[in-house]
Design a protein around this ligand. Sequence first.
Ligand code: MRU
Length: 329
Amino acid sequence: VTVKPLRYEDGALLLLDQTFLPGEERWLRCESAAEVGDGIERLAVRGAPAIGLAAAYALALEARRGGDVQAAAQLLAATRPTAVNLRWALDRALEHGSGPDELLAFAHSLAAAQFDQDQAIARHGAELIEPGSRVLTHCNTGALATGGAGTALGVIIASEPSHVWVDETRPLLQGARLTAWELEHAGVPFAVIVDAAAGAIMARGEVDAVVVGADRIAANGDVANKIGTYALAVLAAHHAIPFYVAAPLSTIDPATPTGAAIPIEERSPDEVLELAGRRISPAHASARNPAFDVTPAALVAGIACEREVIRAPYEDPISRLWNRTSTPA
Ligand code: MRU
C-alpha cells in the first residue's frame, strides 16, 4: 500500500505532517487556504506535485467557506516560488471554475490522475536503468512527494536496483527521514549517506546511475531541484555516470526560457544553523539557505516524463509535448 501525503475528508484537507516523519504519523486538519499555505510553507506537505495537489484542495476549501478564491490562489502561489507545479495546479483549478463543487471536483481529478501518471514515469524511466544497478538519489521524490507512486523514487524502485544510495539532503533531511522510510517500506536495499560522501562513493565505482526529481524544468531543459543536485550532476559528469531526471510534464515550464530565470526559494537561515530543532552554530552566526539549485541541461542524460524519455536537445521535445496538450493532467 502506497503512503498518501494528504486526503480530503468531511470538508477538510488532512495533511500527513512530514516534519514529524518517520518518528510520528501526525495528521494536520486544514479548513482554509491560509492553513494549507502554512502547511506548504513549513513543509508539512512538500514535493512539487504534492504541493500542487494540496493547493488545488486549498482553493476548494476557500470557496466552501465563502473566502476570496483569487486572493487565496495568490497567497498559495507565493508560498514556494520554485516548484512550478504549484502555480500550474492553481491556474488549472481556476480554469475549471471558482465554485466549491467545481474546485473540489478538479482537485479530486488531479489526485486520481496522479498514480497513473507516476506509474507511466516509472515505466519510461526504468528503461534507462539496468536491473541490479546501484542508484544514487537526492531529497525525497516518492509517494510522499507526489500523492501517487513518486517520480524519481518510483523510477528507481521500478528498475529493481541492487542498492540505493540515499543522500541525507541537508538541511531538512528529506533523504535521511523520508526516502529512507519509503524504501524501507518498499523493501529496497539502501544506505543513507551524508551529501558530501556522494563524490567519494562515485570515485570508488559504486554508483551506476543518479536519478533525481525536479521542481521546475525550463524550456531548454535546465533543471531546478533540491539544493545539492547541481553538485551531484557535476560529480556524475566527472565520473561518467548517467544523471537522469524524472518529472511530470506539469514540472516543465515552457514560459521559463532557461534555468537563469527560475526563481530560487531562500528559506530561513535557522534551518542551516539548527539541526532537528537544536542550535548547532554560535548564537550570532549567519547562514545562506537557498532551497534549490539549477543543473544545466548539458549535464542531464535524459528526462523521464509520463509520455516518454526526453533527450537533448530538450527545446524541441519540450515544445512538442507542451503543444500537444496545455493541460498535461
Ligand atoms: O523542499 P522540498 O522537500 O519540497 O523539495 C523537493 C524536491 O526537491 C523534489 O526533488 C521535487 O519536488 C520533486 S518531488 C517528486
